[in-house]
Design a protein around this ligand. Sequence first.
Ligand SMILES: Nc1ncnc2c1ncn2[C@@H]1O[C@H](COP(=O)(O)OP(=O)(O)OP(=O)(O)O)[C@@H](O)[C@H]1O
Length: 341
Amino acid sequence: MGLCIFTPMADSTPFLQAISVNKVYPGKQQSGVKDVNVTIQPGKITAIIGESGSGKSTLLKLLFGLLSPDSGEIRFQGERVWGPVEKLIPGHDAMKMVTQHTDDLNLYAKVWDNVASLMPNTNLKAKQEESEKVLRQLNMFHLADKRVADLSGGEKQRVAIARALIKRPQVLLLDEPFNQVDTTFRDGLQQDIRHIVKQTGITVIIVSHDPTEVLSMADELIVIQNGSILESGSPKKLYNEPQNLYTARLLSNCNVLLREEARALRIKAVKEKVVIYPEWIKPVSSGENIDWTIKEILFKGSHEAIYLEYGPIEVHFTNHEPGLFDNYSHLNVRVAKYLEF
Ligand SMILES: Nc1ncnc2c1ncn2[C@@H]1O[C@H](COP(=O)(O)OP(=O)(O)OP(=O)(O)O)[C@@H](O)[C@H]1O
């Protein structure tokens, strides 16, 4: 028995949908989420991104059925998903959710037992095969005999994901899965999750406090602000053509200048604000533009962030040849691209 391949449904029934969903927490005036309409595509990785408190986790819990909407509804393959108000055990059977808290792990049991114990004893061969398969998919098989208590935070997170996958859900919901994971492990875990999606056709919905960490991972991004969906689209589309300043700011540590300030970079903007991503500013050896004072150069390993100032105006850009400007006090730059809001 192998992991199921979930093929997208042939008919036009939306896979997982929030329809006009509202949720206000008791005692709060501001909405957790406000009139949210979202359709999740099957077999893809969708990331819900937004600043802290914007409603990301609330939306995830509503989709899963862990929270009941005040109005509106969640539909999974056309069927209503009931929340705790209507159903004793919240959460839809075909979905599994993993949060950053790995509380339900048995710390004193082996990794293997944490995962295999969720399979029935009726078919021991299948139990063995499935547990091994899931642990291999998450690169955890070599740690099968270790106690969970002896694992790192990132490894514990992998065990929690393995426990969710062994039940062969159609949807895996991940709330801040990389919080406990350092950068090296994060890249590995992201790759493994992408492979699992490709191999099994599972649908993944992920919430991340750092949107840039899911840029390379997600197929679709949903941007949420103050409980409302602002825009959605592929990471490339939202990065290159954001419709809102909020989205640009979430996805890039960008320069935001007032229209008048942008004139110092020879930009004649019509709208009030000008956004320039750090990689859109290029140093030039000489030219008719003004000389900017180099305020600070921050070494980042593969590149540098160079901070420039001209009177009260500050901009920063990415330099991919660290050390190149160490002996410079001033720089002349040009802007390859900008956005207006
Ligand atoms: N259990 C709760 N009771 C009352 N208010 C809540 C509860 N959970 C969330 N909220 C409020 O609802 C709003 C949205 O919270 P939510 O946790 O969904 O945001 P988030 O985008 O996931 O934030 P973060 O990135 O900080 O986790 C916030 O104003 C938050 O304070």
